[in-house]
Design a protein around this ligand. Structure first.
Ligand code: M6R
Length: 609
């Protein structure tokens, strides 16, 4: 949600700011801006509505040699996407970029109005005005003014601030919104995500909540809001530049779908013992005794991460016999008054590791004494750092807003966590072994599917691209897979897609079936196959336009389209079928000519509530 960059050094600041913002554009893309400063503090502020490419055009006409600056790409919360609401915001001599939400901005604004004429509708400009109020035109150090202001603020922020009076210094701070400081040779870089730093430096300091840093070209001084000095821990960024580039694909989404054999292989690396048919996850840091005592598992996530948790819960129930599993949506769970039984462990699932709702649940569960285990992709992210233990899914950077490879890796990582519980509880290896074998086979099975099916699915997408509505159906494990398929379709193609358990059709959704709808049915050859077939027949009897995805060779109902998958998987076939949904959503969206990687109104990392 919004991307922040900053630069202090000897090179051209505009160049870094624009290239950094392009890398962060997935975080928000409705407007953008940069401000740079010359040695005397003369500021050049350039902002525009729309994508970074619009800003870039403006910058090309206003080239500067300035070597200090800050920039921002926005996902609007307060105020419509427009040039005047784009960051950086100015108050007096200072300029500010902000990611997050200032919850008490109205109250602060009413007090500041007599000192500052507001030029935007944003909560961020209120923060700029508040900092300026304490800065007193340079009478106090900027970092002190920032600290004074932040003490009055309720909400979340990652900010970068520069004063015209001291253009060799950038002050940054964070609470709830990520901020990384890159240490270069004679230059210091700032970004809300380490991907913007790649190619410039591999050395980074991840700022913690409640910390403020004063940054120059060759120094970083960090303190807390209570003015206690903090000694910075410099870490190595492990991601490679290639991982955040399209690598020959037209879109990140297709690249990320196609790289699933490799990304899942990374998830499994060193964690499967095919000789003993066991799994080993080191990260959760739970002893056998602790694993054995688990009675209740809560799985917390949003969107795709929630679906992955729900899918894993169906599996974990199959091979454990004395634990209850509750997948929950973080945005709902954080305000529930849920009773948490003894011996509860919570899995906190997040690709970005920054999702505000998920983070709030993590903090709340921890405060209630629940052991929290992260299932996270982004290394060093807030959730990864705050959980008691965790398993990185190691799927590599996911840039496209629609989550694909993370879903597959999250689901499998959680099933593996369930298997470790089962092993500790003494469940017979003969129950566990088939799951272990199928998990190990999954990357290859995915590879086969991705080698053979794309053209067929592309043709299918062409046929269904003009429908307005879709119903996704699945039963048992296929139901969360259907939910995920529908989410993928609606978020990038804007087709109104909803998922139902096949068995629920007759309780209401069947009334919808008409020519405006098509029905996308996930039909694995499992113990509910015959019952699911009845569901398909109910739809056919009402004139539905049915597409069936199945691994059953004998399926022969007269539906509009059948995608038959050849696979040796019996248990994990629904995970494979989800890839068909991913490709289908991708090809429908490209056929409709929409922006696949940056769908309207959305952003990749949802760091606001
Ligand atoms: O980064 P997270 O996994 O915490 O993100 C959770 C959701 O916001 C995310 O999965 C979202 O639903 C995706 N856009 C779905 O494709």
């Amino acid at each position: 949600m919004c991307g922040i960059v900053g630069y202090v050094g000897k090179k051209n600041a505009q160049d870094f700011l624009i290239s950094g913002l392009k890398r962060l554009e997935y975080r928000g893309y409705d407007s953008a801006g940069i401000v740079t400063f010359d040695a005397k503090g003369k500021a050049t502020l350039l902002r525009s509505k729309g994508k970074i490419s619009d800003l870039e055009t403006k910058v090309a006409k206003n080239k500067r040699t300035d070597t200090v600056g800050i920039g921002h790409t926005r996902w609007a919360t307060h105020g419509e996407p427009s040039e005047r609401n784009a960051h950086p915001h100015k108050a007096g001599k200072i300029y500010l970029v902000h990611n997050g939400i200032i919850e008490n901005y109205k109250e602060l604004k009413s007090k500041l109005e007599k000192f500052h004429t507001f030029a935007s509708d944003t909560d961020s400009e209120v923060l700029a005005a508040l900092i300026n109020h304490f800065y007193l035109d340079g009478e106090y150090p900027l970092s002190n003014a920032v600290v004074q202001a932040l003490k009055l603020v309720h909400g979340t922020y990652g900010i970068a601030v520069v004063s015209e009076l001291k253009p060799t210094e950038v002050v940054v701070a964070r609470s709830g919104s990520p901020l990384v400081i890159g240490i270069g040779h004679g230059e210091t870089l700032i970004a809300s995500d380490a991907s913007a730093l790649l190619g410039h430096t591999k050395k980074a300091i991840y700022l913690n909540d409640g910390e403020v840093a004063s940054i120059t070209a060759d120094s970083v001084e960090i303190k807390t809001l209570d003015s206690q000095p903090v000694s910075a821990k410099v870490e190595t960024i492990k991601t490679d530049l290639a991982a955040i580039q399209k690598g020959g694909y037209d879109h990140f989404l297709l690249k990320e779908i196609m790289e699933q054999p490799a990304s899942l292989t990374e998830t499994l690396r060193g964690r499967i013992n095919l000789i003993e048919k066991t799994v080993h996850l080191g990260g959760p840091n739970l002893s056998d005794k602790e694993l054995k005592s688990i009675k209740h598992l809560i799985i917390v996530g949003c969107g795709t991460a929630y679906h992955a948790g729900m899918l894993a819960s169906y599996y974990i129930e199959q091979f454990t016999n004395d634990i209850t599993i509750e997948p929950v949506m973080a945005s709902e769970y954080r305000y529930r008054h849920a009773h948490i039984p003894d011996h509860t462990v919570a899995l906190i699932v997040s690709q970005s590791g920054e999702t505000a709702d998920t983070l709030a649940c993590l903090r709340d569960l921890k405060s209630q004494g629940v052991k929290t285990i992260g299932i996270v992709n982004a290394i060093g992210s807030t959730i990864a750092r705050e959980v008691d233990g965790g398993t990185y899914i190691h799927a590599g950077p996911e840039i496209s807003v629609a989550s694909t490879k993370a879903f597959t890796s999250q689901a499998v990582a959680m099933i593996m966590f369930g298997l470790t519980i089962a092993e500790a509880k003494g469940i017979k290896n003969s129950f566990i072994a088939p799951y272990v074998e199928e998990i190990a086979a999954l990357p290859n099975e995915i590879d086969n599917l991705l080698q053979t099916l794309p053209d067929t699915i592309k043709a299918l997408a062409e046929k269904y691209k003009s429908y307005d509505h879709a119903i996704y159906l699945g039963r048992d494990v296929s139901y969360p897979a259907a939910l995920e398929g529908a989410l993928k379709l609606k978020e990038i193609s804007y087709i109104d897609a909803n998922a139902y358990p096949t068995g629920e059709l007759k309780h209401g959704p069947l009334a919808l079936i008409d020519d405006r709808f098509f029905e996308f049915v996930l039909l694995p050859k499992d113990n509910l196959y015959d019952k699911s077939i009845s569901g398909v027949q109910e739809v056919l009897a009402r004139g539905g336009h049915v597409v069936v995805i199945t691994n059953s060779a004998e399926f022969s109902l007269p539906v509009d389209n059948v995608i038959k998958i050849t696979t040796s998987l019996k248990l994990l076939a629904p995970i494979l079928m989800n890839l068909v949904s991913q490709l289908f959503a991708y090809y429908i969206t490209t056929a409709k000519g929409f922006n696949v990687d940056q769908p309207r109104n959305l952003a990749k990392s949802v760091t606001v509530e």
